[in-house]
Design a protein around this ligand. Sequence first.
Ligand code: ATP
Length: 228
Amino acid sequence: MEEIIKLKKVSQHYKMGDSVVYALSEVDLDIYSGELTALVGPSGSGKSTLLNVVGGLTKPTMGDVFIYDTNVKDYSENQMCLFRREHIGFIFQSFNLNPTLTALENVTMPLIFARVDSKDREKMANDALDLVGLSDRKDHKPGELSGGQQQRVSVARAIVNKPKIILCDEPTGNLDTKTGKEILELIKEMNRVNQITFIIVTHDINVANQCQRKISLQDGKIFNDERN
Ligand SMILES: Nc1ncnc2c1ncn2[C@@H]1O[C@H](COP(=O)(O)OP(=O)(O)OP(=O)(O)O)[C@@H](O)[C@H]1O
């Protein structure tokens, strides 16, 4: 399998007054193309920081972050933004949808940013909403949708420009057990059918146990890395 993400001695430190918080300490990690990986660990262990470093939302204090063969640590903010639009999708616990836009418009947003031709946008956004089973709700705004439906819209938004990597921060955290299971099934299907590489930060052991790989963080370090 091809390595798609490689972290080499990645550290993230935050200065807080006179003290320093070591959010990540010399993390080495290889993620292979098509893997479905759960990132688990106690609160404050560095899970979100690691996800943000991979997604280029946080530049690490030290170390290298390769996506494909590109060291994105060297990218400017603008270059990273363009790279992210093309290669990485995000799914958040709180959905992060624009409440003033319809489901279809929310899903279209990444295509506008990526300057996809206007005549292709609507078909691509409709196809993505179709894949998540929400075609009949495309003209609804987030406030008119259930939590599970809103998360489906964010899955559609994450997949619409066909990224090879999707990073999820507690994607089932705001959902009841049944709806959370449905969202996880959708993620598993996107992983299986489209070979999208997923990294899922989760506190839910049931979610973690259904992933192919479970990486446990503690005090900013990987202390366990196992495959099911
Ligand atoms: N911007 C920041 N400034 C200062 N400290 C930070 C910042 N972001 C994170 N930290 C600290 O870094 C450590 C790791 O935080 P992180 O959010 O990555 O943990 P986490 O494992 O995702 O936690 P949780 O499960 O509670 O979301 C924590 O001690 C946190 O307080």
